[in-house]
Design a protein around this ligand. Sequence first.
Ligand SMILES: C[S@@+](CC[C@H](N)C(=O)[O-])C[C@H]1O[C@@H](n2cnc3c(N)ncnc32)[C@H](O)[C@@H]1O
Ligand code: SF4
Length: 374
Amino acid sequence: MFGVYVHAPWCRIHCPYCAFFVDTRAEVPHEEWLAGIRRDWARERPHFPGPPRTLAFGGGTPSRLLAAHVAALVAEVQPEGEVSLEANPEDIDAGTLAAWSRAGVDRLTIGVQSFVPAVARRLGRAHTARQAEAAVELAMESGLRSVGIDLIFGAEGQALADLEEDLDLAVALGVDHVSLYGLSIEEGTDYARRGRRPADDDTWREMYDLGVARLHDAGLIRYEVSNFARAGHRSAHNETYWRGGRWMGLGPSAHGWRPDNARVANPADWAAWASGAAPSVETPAPEALLRELLWSTLRHIDGVELATTRALTGIEVRLPATLRDAGLLRAAGGAILLERDGFPLADALAEALWAASTDAAAEPGAYSRLLAGS
Ligand SMILES: C[S@@+](CC[C@H](N)C(=O)[O-])C[C@H]1O[C@@H](n2cnc3c(N)ncnc32)[C@H](O)[C@@H]1O
Ligand code: SF4
């Protein structure tokens, strides 16, 4: 079983913090895009036995796709389960919701980022805060099986009270899923060029802890460092990534991981991709594969499964006693899992596990920094 990811790069504007591969041309070349997706699908399908489990339209802004193209791809891919689509608030109305639902979409993720007008404006969003709230309301009434939102915290000028307002409104609107991302300053973005800095560690931690507590009280339970769901509303597609499963990536910049272990990366360039330039196909060395697996699986509440990881990489993952004794990680049921205080440090802990389990030398001071931060 595997997932299928379809990348729709189209965006109205390029948000100043975003490093995803996006294309802001006014006229979307819909037919050319669809032809390229079909070509990628035909190339990848023979590498993946059995039926796909999930189909995810991500971006960019998949809510700018023609609903007829979404429907056509759902019909061609025929996933057994979840069909998800990321939507920007300004694209949501009763008509688009009904069209996506008819196309087979059963899960919508709305990129709200913040309901607070000043924060949304600072993030350079193309929609107003009121538009975001109305979009979520409409989606909740639409009958789609799952409706989730993305929120950002740690933006410049965003106070704890602003985040509180976002969380309260998310809860009041009754969404099934929240992705709560700390703003990262990504290379090549407008924010990086302007020298913007991420929130300092204490602010980040205060905001993250507030998010976890508020969402938990409302029945939205953390199942991955940044993801919270009501029972039965986890993202099945994203769980494929976090549980070490296989997926194919269709579209410009999309990545995949074939069952034969090859990693496939499509060109992150519209002209090259559209003209059929070959993807890069590489089978990572065991150490590199282990690093990727640790970074993805440790973030999930079910943690790093030792037997599966050993079978895939031939490497035994070692849990350093210092990290266990510091209450950051534990071993249980054949897995290594994050402790409560380990969640905010997940990426650094994955790197520490990797260094402890391979011949790679740990970055000097990495452990002491981790322990000091706990
Ligand atoms: C690939 S984007 C697509 C979402 C959709 N186009 C939108 O903007 O609403 C998925 C999510 O990634 C998050 N994201 C993008 N850049 C980020 C950054 N630099 N730091 C934290 N989160 C980010 C945002 O929450 C966004 O909703
Ligand atoms: S955040 Fe969404 S709308 Fe903004 S540039 Fe990134 S993908 Fe496009």
